[in-house]
Design a protein around this ligand. Structure first.
Ligand SMILES: C[S@@+](CC[C@H](N)C(=O)[O-])C[C@H]1O[C@@H](n2cnc3c(N)ncnc32)[C@H](O)[C@@H]1O
Length: 337
């Protein structure tokens, strides 16, 4: 919060958070950043290109520009700013599909029921949609695409950061547990040509991962195995990496997954959990709001270092180190106790 504003205005500014979020979501949906890639444009030009109402589009872009996403010049033409460049579709680390996920209808409908989650401890998503969020994304093609596209674009950014921060050269086999469409695993296999990988996720997901694995040229070293990590994970590997998995689940569920990894891995094997590690106390952290997303959508949560240490301990693992990356995520490494 800005300390210069009077307290009531500080509260007002924070409380309005949903408004810039939705305005940026509309700009992302309309592909405004892509339209500004070759130079500034007026709201009139942009409204013709996006079939929107000129004055209303102007007001949305002016509001976005007030928080640094696009800027408006003296001729009332909008141009890209560094944060707006993250909304371009085809740049490494593009946030366009992540913004589309975060500002989607189902997101607002779910957040509207935060009080329900606070009163019951249960995911509001299940109340609103009558099913769990993963089930919904697996069965609903349109929402599933929004979710998977966002995970892949987020994964492009976080995978690169993980590869920079961790040395995988000591391993000969690695399992990506809940590896989704396989971008992280494919990136690791590309960098380490002697390494073999197993992509493990629900059967329909690993099925759909074939193209990506093929396109990265690692299909001959990457097995795809379908199944639930609550039942078991493929046995006999040196490393079990889980990116954005453990934060989806409560302690009991997470212990089942971590126990399955400990039982399956080679004696000298390592568990690598890639998640945000929450700072203690009042320190600002985007993770403290991502934590609420976990409360609303699943039974998961973001955790502090002490909480990860305790969770690992209960799963018979010793937390050996936490490696920060240039992304908001850290690599939490564990070995068998
Ligand atoms: C938040 S996504 C993370 C995907 C990937 N690790 C990444 O970082 O992009 C969670 C993944 O867990 C998978 N998943 C959920 N429940 C599962 C289960 N019971 N067994 C195996 N995979 C599961 C989902 O299909 C999804 O791919």
């Amino acid at each position: 919060m800005s300390q210069e504003l009077p307290p009531s205005l500080q509260l007002m500014q924070v409380m309005f958070g949903f408004a810039p979020s939705r305005a940026i979501g509309v700009a992302a949906e309309l592909g405004i950043a892509d339209l500004l890639q070759d130079g500034p444009k007026s709201a009139g030009e942009l409204s013709r290109l996006t079939s929107t109402h000129e004055r209303s589009l102007y007001r949305v872009l002016r509001a976005c520009a007030s928080v640094g996403v696009f800027s408006e010049d003296e001729d009332k033409r909008f141009r890209l700013t560094p944060p707006a460049e993250s909304l371009l579709s085809d740049v490494p680390g593009s946030l366009r599909s992540f913004v589309t996920l975060m500002t989607n209808d189902f997101q607002y409908q779910t957040w509207a029921e935060l009080l329900y989650s606070v009163q019951t401890g249960e995911p509001a998503f299940d109340k609103v949609f009558g099913t769990s969020s993963f089930d919904y994304f697996w069965k609903n093609e349109k929402a599933g695409k929004v979710f998977n596209d966002a995970m892949s674009s987020n994964s492009a950014f976080s995978s690169a950061a993980v590869l920079e921060a961790y040395d995988f050269s000591a391993f000969s086999t690695i399992v990506d547990v809940g590896g989704g469409h396989g971008l992280l695993l494919a990136s690791i296999l590309k960098k380490y040509p002697r390494l073999r990988g197993i992509l493990y996720d629900m059967p329909a997901i690993v099925e759909a991962a074939a193209d990506l694995i093929q396109s990265q040229g690692v299909a001959d070293r990457c097995e795809r195995v379908g199944g639930s990590f609550f039942d078991s994970v493929p046995a006999g590997a040196d490393a079990y990496i889980m990116k954005h998995i453990i934060h989806d689940w409560n302690d009991e569920q997470s212990l089942t997954i971590l126990n399955n990894c400990r039982e399956a891995m080679n004696p000298e094997g390592k568990v690598l959990v890639v998640e945000m590690v929450l700072p203690e106390g009042n320190e600002p952290s985007f993770g403290k709001f991502l934590d609420l997303q976990m409360l609303l959508y699943l039974r998961g949560c973001e955790r502090t270092e002490a909480e990860y240490r305790q969770l690992f301990g209960k799963a018979g693992l010793e937390l050996t180190r936490i490696l920060p990356t240039r992304s908001p995520f850290s690599i939490i490494e564990g070995i068998r106790k």
